[in-house]
Design a protein around this ligand. Sequence first.
Ligand code: SF4
Ligand code: SF4
Length: 320
Amino acid sequence: MRDPLPLLVNTDFPPLRRGRLDTLQVNVGYRCNQSCLHCHVNAGPTRKEEMQADVAEAIVRYLDASEVSTLDITGGAPEMNAQFRPLVRAARARDLRVIDRCNLTILEEPDQEDLSAFLAEQRVEIVASMPCYLEENVDAQRGAGVFDTSIRGLRRLNALGYGMPDSDLVLDLVYNPQGPVLPPAQDVLEPDYKNILMDGYGIHFNRLYVLANMPVGRFGSTLVSKGELDAYLALLRRAHHDDNLDAVMCRSLLSVDWQGYVYDCDFNQMLGLPMRVNGSARVHLSELMELDMEGRAIAVRAHCYACTAGQGSSCGGALI
Ligand code: SF4
Ligand code: SF4
C-alpha cells in the first residue's frame, strides 16, 4: 500500500471549523467479506482490526453524555463485528436514528441469515453500496458475482418492507464512479437507477447518494502507484465550490475508530489524521465526554476537495 497522506499536505483548501455535532460515525473494524478496488478503507477478509466490548461501552456512554441524534455504523462490513448488534440495540433503545452502511453481499454470508430481519426489527436505516446498475461494472469494481448477490440482497430487503412505498424502513443506495473522474449529477442519475432497477429487477429503494471517490485507502494507493494522484486532485480542485463548505459532513459528524480514537471524518481516519484537541497527538472518545467541540478547527488536507467538488459529496450524498 502506498500512503497518499504526504502528497496531500500541501494544499490551499479553506480552513474549516466544527459546527453542532449531530452524528457519531463509528467504524467497528476493517474486516470485510469483499475487497473492492475503490475501497477507501482497504478493507478485506484478512484485516484483523476489530472493535472490542470496552470501546463499544465507551460509545454508549458517549451517546448518553452528548446530544448526538444519529449513530452511523460503518466498517469494513460492520455487521461482521461482534459489537454491531449490541451497539444497534443500545442506540435504538435511546431512540436514536441508526444507519448501517451495508455492502448487501453480507446478507448472504452463512452466519448472517437473520441479519436483514434484525435490521428491520430495529428500524435501522440501510445505506447500501451499489456502484452501478450494470453487472459488468459492479463485478469489475467489487468482485465476480457481487452484482447478482446484491440484487438478491435488495429483494430480500424489499420483502421486509425496506425501500417500499408507504414503508418507513429506509433503503438508500450509493453510487461512486469507476475511477478518478467526477460523478454525474445525483438528481439525474437517481431516476435512471430507479427505472433500471425497477424494470430489470423489480427493486425499490428510497434515495440514491452519489459520492466522489476519495483519494485515500486502496483507491488513493492505486492512484499513487499509477502516477494519477496529482491529476485527480487537480480535477477535484478545479471543480471546487465554496457553497459546499457549510455542508461538509465533518462540521456535524465525529468519526470513531475501532480502538475508540476520534477523527473529523472517516477519510481522515483512513489517512491516520486524528482530530487534535489541546495539542494531543490523538484523543480517545472517553476523553471527550464533557467537551463541546463546536468552533474547533478541522484537519483539512488536499483530499477534502473530493467533498466540495461539483455537487459536493458526503456520506449523505450530494451537498448542493
Ligand atoms: S468498499 Fe465496502 S464492501 Fe468494499 S471492501 Fe470496502 S468496506 Fe468492504
Ligand atoms: S475529507 Fe473529511 S475533513 Fe475533509 S472536508 Fe471531507 S469530511 Fe471534512
